[in-house]
Design a binder for this molecule. Structure first.
Ligand code: CUO
Length: 393
């Protein structure tokens, strides 16, 4: 069925009830596609092979991330429509102000979106969430929030692979900040998709990809193809290409390069405005930002087979240090090897100005890496970032 994906804050009471009824039926597992069949494609129980090893099929740390997750999110949306959903998967734009999780997913009583069951475990295990305080504090910073600034930096990129790394790493933070220390939830690659909030998050992530595509169209640049990682993007995506996928359109159009053209999957967004800005206004805003001198840290990221938060400070020659930024890695023991060939950029202009430092001053950037369970990891797991100074246009 054709699904219109609405902003989660504009759902009517009837639409909320309708979506919950549909998800309840998908979870009950009596229809053509069960929740476990869909979610199992992402992490646990590792349905793909890498040589002789079982790995999760989800593609992270590589250029096929947007396409793989576009098809994956559509699978759930189709399952919901087969069970009577009249609207598409709503999106939660977490770059906008919020103080709690959306009601659709947070209401505890009689709500299938509140948690999911994890199959195949000895005990009856369900997903849980342990939101970090910063999840609700970050939006207070408005246009200075991590989510907003990182979204703009992703949108600003003019090459697909540059966009991809900014976009994917931005998305990781929401996983980490919702799941927190919960062992079965959003901060783990293995279990994230068993929490139905995953699909509300990924509807928004996919919408950000769609907005970037509109920006590219507006800029007169490639929006339905890529000029990087071409071989990877042309491989059929497992497990959607397999004969047991009952959805014809995702089985046949299962390559990441096919997924650029999302019209063919039969869904659309209510609109592609960002913070009230049409695509041309948004592009104007992005161009305006380039007028000032900017300083970036560049991280060449590799998978570390676990989820972690990376926190870094900026310290001057006198040894005074200030918090300079944070981002998240989403991974786990079942992950496929990452193969980013682009750096993840972090704008540190403001903190450089506040500390009266210039890119050629004396400073250090100590990094801490904290696993989601709170354990401090060896900071040498990541290469130290390089620094670039980008003069204003
Ligand atoms: Cu596979 Cu959000 O990416 O999970």
């Amino acid at each position: 069925g054709v699904g219109v994906r609405k902003d989660i804050n504009t759902l009517t009471a009837a639409e909320t009830t309708n979506l919950r009824d549909a998800l309840r039926r998908v979870q009950a597992g009596t229809g053509r596609m069960t929740y476990d069949f869909i979610a199992g494609a992402h992490g646990y129980p590792a349905e793909c092979k890498m040589g002789e090893y079982d790995v999760a099929c989800c593609q992270h740390g590589m250029a096929s991330f947007p396409g793989w997750h576009r098809v994956f999110t559509r699978q759930m949306e189709i399952a919901l429509s087969w069970e009577g959903a009249k609207v598409g998967l709503p999106y939660w734009d977490w770059t906008e102000a919020f103080t709690e999780l959306p009601t659709l997913v947070s209401q505890e009583h009689d709500n299938p979106f509140h948690h999911g069951h994890i199959p195949g475990k000895a005990e009856n295990i369900t997903t849980t969430r342990a939101p970090r305080p910063q999840l609700f504090k970050d939006p207070e910073h408005g246009e200075e929030s991590f989510f907003f600034r990182q979204a703009l930096l992703a949108f600003e990129q003019r090459d697909f692979c540059d966009f991809e790394v900014q976009f994917e790493v931005l998305h990781n933070a929401l996983h980490s900040w919702i799941g927190g220390t919960s062992p079965y939830g959003m901060s783990t690659l293995e279990y994230a998709a068993y929490d139905p909030i995953f699909f509300i998050h990924h509807s928004n992530v996919d919408r950000q990809f769609a907005i970037w595509q509109e920006l590219q169209k507006h800029r007169g640049l490639d929006y339905n193809t890529a000029n990087c990682h071409i071989q990877d993007l042309r491989k059929p995506l497992e497990p959607f290409n397999r004969a047991n996928n009952p959805v014809l359109v995702t089985r046949v159009h299962s390559r990441a390069i096919d997924a650029f053209n999302y019209d063919q999957y039969g869904y659309q967004y209510d609109h592609l405005h960002f913070h009230g800005l049409t695509v041309d206004k948004l592009d104007e805003k992005l161009e305006k930002r380039k007028e000032q001198d900017r300083v970036f840290l560049n991280f060449m990221l590799r998978g570390i087979k676990m989820s972690a938060d990376v926190v870094f400070d900026l310290c001057n020659a006198q040894g005074t240090c200030n918090f300079a930024g944070t981002f998240a890695i989403l991974g786990g023991p079942l992950e496929m090897p990452w193969n980013f060939d682009r750096v993840f950029k972090y704008d540190v202009t403001k903190i450089f100005q506040q500390m009266r430092l210039r890119p050629d001053s004396n400073y250090t950037i100590p990094i801490r890496i904290r696993a989601v369970n709170g354990m401090q990891l060896d900071p040498n797991l990541l290469e130290p970032p390089s620094v670039t100074f980008v003069p204003g246009k």
